[in-house]
Design a protein around this ligand. Structure first.
Ligand code: SF4
Ligand code: MG
Length: 335
């Protein structure tokens, strides 16, 4: 089937003073070899938490409480901390928004790439060095050899992100999870980094899960899109159908909020009326109903299922429910 990763009804909770709160409420999606799947949503939607859950990179209070995370048929959720550490970097690598927070300021770029190679590979000493130089060349850093001996602060933001990508590629992972990899960069550099990821994907066949709020990036990069709202998948589709015929009102709102390219950076964040609901106070029924222009009585009372609309296009919305009247009668009847 070529499925590399299958996330199945995953729930992620955080322990707080007032008990557990659920940040991810039963999310399912899959990614095939060499594919790019975008996970899209506003900040606070649970998209980053979902990505972090896969590699168990959550903060201490967080954990995956149920569901399966099948990678090459192994349930990552059942691995020990030691075992999951071996998967990280070697099989699945992660790229974050802010490379400075991941790079160590006191070590040279070369040392940090060599360290990444060493974690999973035993090579003769000289080979580490030449592998590291190759990786820097692969990610398009000019003067790769000279860069080996400099420190992170001596690089620009875009160059640091290239180094992070080199580190991510150090062990030839099958899957890269990239969480807002270009959000901190200016538009031109953003485009260059996206070009680089695309090129590497073609050359190396790496699958990419791209976590982003930026629909421009999605249009450029993704094969398939998973739209997340309030910890749930509300729509899933191939990228063309998602842009041409979005089915879920939330997706529709996201698309209407796509900023023009010339607007300044702060305005590039999505703006939809209302805000993402608090984890402490989830709306009943459809979680989007307080912000949805189409909300009706059933939306406030009953959670819609994720419905298959054909051609692997899924939407979690009552609008597509043909028997909406009948269902409403049932709801009324049950009261
Ligand atoms: Fe809007 Fe109702 Fe659909 Fe939710 S189920 S998105 S409230 S129409
Ligand atoms: Mg995030």
């Amino acid at each position: 089937s070529g499925v590399l990763l299958q996330v199945d009804k995953m729930k992620t909770v955080f322990q707080t003073q007032s008990g557990y709160i659920e940040a991810v409420n039963g999310i399912s999606f899959h990614i095939k070899k060499g594919e790019t799947v975008a996970i899209v949503g506003e900040s606070g939607s649970g998209k980053s938490v979902s990505a972090m859950s896969i590699l168990r990179l959550l903060e201490k209070s967080g954990k995956v409480s149920s569901g399966r995370i099948l990678f090459k048929d192994i349930n990552l959720n059942e691995l020990s901390d030691e075992e999951i550490r071996k998967v990280r970097g070697k099989e699945i690598a992660m790229i974050f928004q802010d490379p400075m927070s991941c790079l160590d300021p006191v070590y040279t770029i070369g040392d940090q790439i060599i360290e990444a190679i060493k974690i999973h590979e035993d090579l003769p000493k000289k080979e580490y060095y030449s592998r590291a130089v190759e990786l820097l060349q692969l990610v398009g850093l000019p003067d790769a050899k000279a860069r080996m001996s400099i420190y992170p602060h001596q690089l620009s933001g875009g160059q640091r992100q290239r180094v992070m990508i080199a580190i991510a590629l150090a062990c030839r992972p099958n899957l890269i999870i990239a969480d807002e990899p270009t959000t901190a960069l200016d538009v031109t550099v953003q485009a260059q980094i996206m070009e680089l990821l695309k090129k590497l994907q073609t050359e190396l066949g790496t699958a990419i899960i791209l976590v982003t709020h930026d629909l421009g990036v999605v249009a450029e990069m993704a094969d398939r899109v998973v739209v997340v709202y309030a910890g749930q998948v509300v729509e899933e589709s191939n990228v063309i159908d998602l842009f041409n015929k979005p089915e879920h009102p939330y997706t529709e709102a996201l698309l209407q909020s796509v900023p023009r390219i010339e607007t300044n950076k702060n305005e590039r964040l999505m703006a939809i009326k209302g805000s993402v609901p608090s984890l402490y106070d989830m709306p009943t029924g459809c979680r989007f109903h307080p912000r949805c222009p189409y909300a009706s009585e059933i939306c406030r009372q009953e959670e819609p299922p994720l419905m298959n609309l054909g051609e692997n296009h899924y939407s979690k919305c009552w609008i597509k429910e043909k028997d909406i009247k009948k269902v409403m009668q049932n709801v009324n009847h049950n009261e």
